[in-house]
Design a protein around this ligand. Structure first.
Ligand code: THU
Length: 130
C-alpha cells in the first residue's frame, strides 16, 4: 500500500462525508500494522459542536474492530494546500503512538509528516505514570 494509494481511498470515501453545515467534505483512511484499512468521513450535526472529523471516525472504526497499531493515516479535502489534521485529531491519534500522516487535496498535492512532528511532546498514556 503506497501513500498515494491510501490517499486515493480517502479521496473516494470523502464523497460520503456528511457536511451540510460547513460544506467542507473530508475523507480519511487509516492503515493498521496488519495491513487493514479503515475509512472515515466527517459527520456534522445540527448541534454544530457535536460534529466529528474524518480522522477520528476512521480511527474509532479501527479501534472498535480490535486494531491498536497503525502505520499511516491519509486525509484529504478540497483545499488549496494539503489538509492538515486538527489539533483534537492529532491528540486522539497520539494515544496509539506515532504514525505517518499523509495529507492531500483533490488536485493531487501531497505532504507526508510523522505525527510526532505535527504534535511534539504530546500527552500520552505514558505520561499518566507516577
Ligand atoms: N474536519 C475534518 O474532518 N478533518 C480535518 O482535519 C479538518 C476538519 C471537518 C470538521 C468539520 O466537519 C469540517 O471539516 C469543517 O471544519
Amino acid at each position: 500500500m503506497t501513500e498515494k494509494e491510501l490517499l486515493e481511498i480517502a479521496k473516494k470515501v470523502r464523497e460520503n462525508a456528511y457536511a451540510p453545515y460547513s460544506n467542507f467534505k473530508v475523507g480519511a483512511a487509516i492503515l493498521t500494522e496488519e495491513g487493514k484499512i479503515f475509512t472515515g468521513v466527517n459527520v456534522e450535526n445540527a448541534s454544530y459542536g457535536l460534529s466529528i472529523c474524518a480522522e477520528r471516525v476512521a480511527l474509532f472504526k479501527a479501534i472498535s474492530e480490535g486494531y491498536r497499531r497503525f502505520k499511516a493515516i491519509a486525509v484529504v479535502a478540497d483545499t488549496n494546500e494539503p489538509v492538515p489534521p486538527c489539533g483534537a485529531c492529532r491528540q486522539v491519534l497520539a494515544e496509539f503512538g506515532s504514525l505517518k500522516v499523509i495529507m492531500g487535496n483533490l488536485k493531487g498535492d501531497m505532504k507526508v509528516k510523522d505525527l510526532s512532528e505535527l504534535l511534539p511532546e504530546s500527552f500520552t498514556p505514558q505520561n499518566l505514570r507516577r
